[in-house]
Design a protein. Structure first.
Lengths: 174, 485
């Protein structure tokens, strides 16, 4: 499926931030904004919801803690009890280090796997981008076009708000 | 958002624009390898060869190839293990702890420091694995039922805690480092000319496009990874110190070990970061990013942690006397005045006295002196571990088993060999990966320019002032975007 986009290219993130507010206020839907680095407050300006990854991370951490405790208590307390240094079979203070490490292990890897999965980031042979300069020094605002779009009006709006160029680009999404 | 005082030194000098950052960092990735790099790699590969030969001898003929004996059953291997793990900790400290404390100066050194962490942990892991003698049975350390029946691993053993700590530390550091690399790989991919580079960096960059939504999640992930890495790095060296502290050997059985080891780890790690950075900034012409200010700040951290280590040495002596335990007292007197007095004296000189020179401003801001100091600290920290391990073991409870330890040529070969392994990995990293986190440096560029007005952040009481050299387009109006801060 091929989609057409109008790309507003900005040189400065503060100009971009201002433009986002004005473009949205003008009733134009912004498809996506591509920037070379994270910009503080851009999620609010674009209306991106706060990520729920911290909640997921907490959940993974609790799973790790539960798994670690179950593993140690089951193995040394029930499946094959051993007397080690005269300590009780279930010596909880001695289980703290492994429980902590597994909590961190599960938190980190669970969250990172979730991050890559929901962001659809995986190794690809080639990565088509709308404007290659958006990973270098340009801030690119992409607005999806359809048959009724007024490209001239859009171009004027973007330029009035500080875009240094406005381009049109087609992108095939598979 | 943070307010930056105009009296602060700039984090990046030379009035760089966003594009300059990309150019400066990508230059060495895109250029053909230069002669100096090839020469350095050849030396590193030579030492890697020594490592492989020593490993072959160890595995083929057994642990008898090492200088260990009945009394001193742990010597260079565990010394090197603790030394390497300690070096690794500075990387996590810079990437995680300084991120939580909002220390923006970390952004130009965190990438290389994290790489150092990963390579140092790889080197560290070699020693316990080789000391197993039969590393193909290394899976026995994991809680898998062995072939003889339903016998599980012993979760009361600090050595098993170490297995969990080091594997968690290694994988978490790797993931943290890689996630940070993804946006920079995308930058290199979008600039790549050759077909191989295009495909390689496209695979590495995981399809990163820099969309605002991805950045928002990326920031969340970085913050949480930093949050979990901070206690992790403290726990790892705490557990390493428990390998000793939970035993009943005089000189090891000390409650001060965890904080003392963590401080020592940061101390040696910062020394190694300085050694590497001082070379990297010159070889890759990154003096504008890794400035004298960075060097001075790292020197200060080295001096503080060195002082903590010094206090710990003295405390150990005090506690040995105060405990009134004869064996404990002898272990410490023997450490300072016994046959290994020279190792103890080297440790004290290198770790306690030399870092105090950093109080002098001229030393802090001198590249040659800092370089020498960082090497001295690393030597001192190696001696610290050697002193703790060997002097505590070599005279045990039975005077008839008192011995001296001397390393075999294979011991030495494995140690210098891991230096070869480390530098091989680091040189490959420095050539093919961006050594500076471009995306993060670009975020600090604007309010740290030295030839333009200081950027005041999104403060509604200030007008947004723009640096003319970097950005041609002025903002139409001062705006406060950050509704939540």
């Amino acid at each position: 499926m091929t989609k057409r986009f109008a790309l507003g290219i900005f040189d400065d993130e503060d100009v971009l931030m201002h433009a986002i507010e004005n473009v949205r206020a003008a009733g134009v839907k912004i498809h996506e904004v591509f920037t070379p680095f994270p910009i503080h407050g851009i999620d609010d300006a674009l209306g991106i919801e706060r990520s729920r990854l911290p909640i997921a991370a907490f959940f993974y951490g609790m799973c790790g803690l539960a798994f670690a405790l179950w593993m140690q208590i089951y193995m040394l307390g029930f499946d094959w009890p051993m007397i080690i240094g005269g300590k009780p079979h279930i010596a909880l203070p001695a289980f703290i280090p492994v429980s902590f490490e597994l909590t961190v292990f599960f938190t980190c890897h669970g969250m990172v796997i979730t991050f890559y999965t929901i962001s659809k980031l995986y190794p690809r042979w080639r990565t088509p981008v709308l404007d290659v300069r958006s990973t270098d020094d340009k801030f690119v605002m992409a607005i999806e076009l359809n048959e009724n779009s007024d490209l001239n009006g859009l171009s004027k709006l973007l330029r009035e708000n500080g875009a240094s160029e406005v381009n049109e680009k087609e992108m095939t999404k598979n | 958002m943070q307010h930056v005082s105009p009296v602060r030194e700039p984090l990046v000098t030379g009035g760089k624009s966003y594009h300059d950052v990309t150019q400066d960092v990508c230059r060495q990735v895109e250029a053909a390898p230069n002669v100096r790099w090839m020469a350095a790699l050849s030396v590193a590969l030579f030492f890697l060869g020594i490592f492989l030969y020593s490993v072959y001898r160890t595995l083929w003929y057994g642990i008898g190839e090492w200088g260990l004996n009945k009394t001193v059953g742990w010597a260079w291997d565990i010394t090197n293990f603790v030394w390497w793990v300690g070096i690794g900790h500075a990387g996590t400290l810079i990437s995680a702890v300084l991120l939580l404390f909002r220390q923006k100066w970390r952004s130009s050194i965190n990438r290389a420091a994290e790489a150092m962490t990963i390579f140092a942990v790889i080197c560290a892991a070699m020693f316990p694995v080789l000391h197993m003698g039969r590393p193909w049975l290394a899976f026995y350390v994991f809680p898998l039922q062995n072939t003889l029946g339903s016998l599980w691993a012993n979760f009361n053993s600090p050595l098993l805690w170490d297995v969990f700590a080091i594997s968690t530390y290694f994988t978490v550091s790797l993931v943290f480092w890689y996630t940070g690399l993804v946006p920079d790989f995308a930058t290199i991919r979008d600039r790549a000319k050759g077909p191989i580079a295009k495909v390689a960096y496209s695979l590495l960059s995981m399809g990163w496009t820099g969309s605002a939504k991805h950045w928002s999640r990326y920031e969340t992930v970085s913050l949480i990874l930093a949050g979990v890495s901070t206690p992790l790095v403290l726990s790892v060296h705490t557990i390493v110190s428990m390998d000793f502290a939970t035993s009943v050997v005089p000189g090891w059985h000390t409650t001060i070990f965890p904080p003392y080891f963590v401080a020592g780890a940061i101390f040696s790690g910062f020394a190694m970061v300085l050694t590497l950075m001082l070379i990297t900034r010159v070889v890759f012409k990154l003096e504008d990013y890794i400035t004298m200010e960075h060097i001075a700040l790292m020197n200060k951290i080295m001096m503080i942690t060195g002082s903590i280590v010094g206090v710990a040495y003295i405390t150990e002596f005090f506690i040995a006397w105060y405990s009134q335990v004869e064996f404990e007292q002898y272990a410490f007197i023997n450490r300072a005045t016994g046959p290994y007095w020279w190792a103890y004296a080297s440790m004290m000189t290198c770790n306690v006295i030399t870092p105090q020179l950093v109080w002098i401003r001229k030393v802090r801001y001198s590249i040659p002196l800092t370089f020498i100091l960082s090497i001295i600290v690393n030597i001192g920290m190696w001696f610290e571990r050697f002193v703790i391990i060997v002097t505590s073991l070599h005279r045990d409870y039975l005077p008839s088993s008192w011995v001296m330890f001397s390393p075999s040529i294979i011991d030495i070969g494995i140690y210098v060999g891991t230096l070869g392994l480390f530098f091989t990995l680091f040189l490959l990293f420095a050539k093919f990966f961006p050594v500076i986190n471009m995306a993060e440096v670009k975020t600090v560029l604007k309010y740290t320019v030295d030839n333009g007005p200081t950027y005041t952040g999104h403060d509604p009481h200030h007008d947004l002032i723009h640096k003319p050299t970097t950005h041609g387009v002025p903002a139409t109006a001062p705006v406060n975007y950050n509704k939540h801060d």
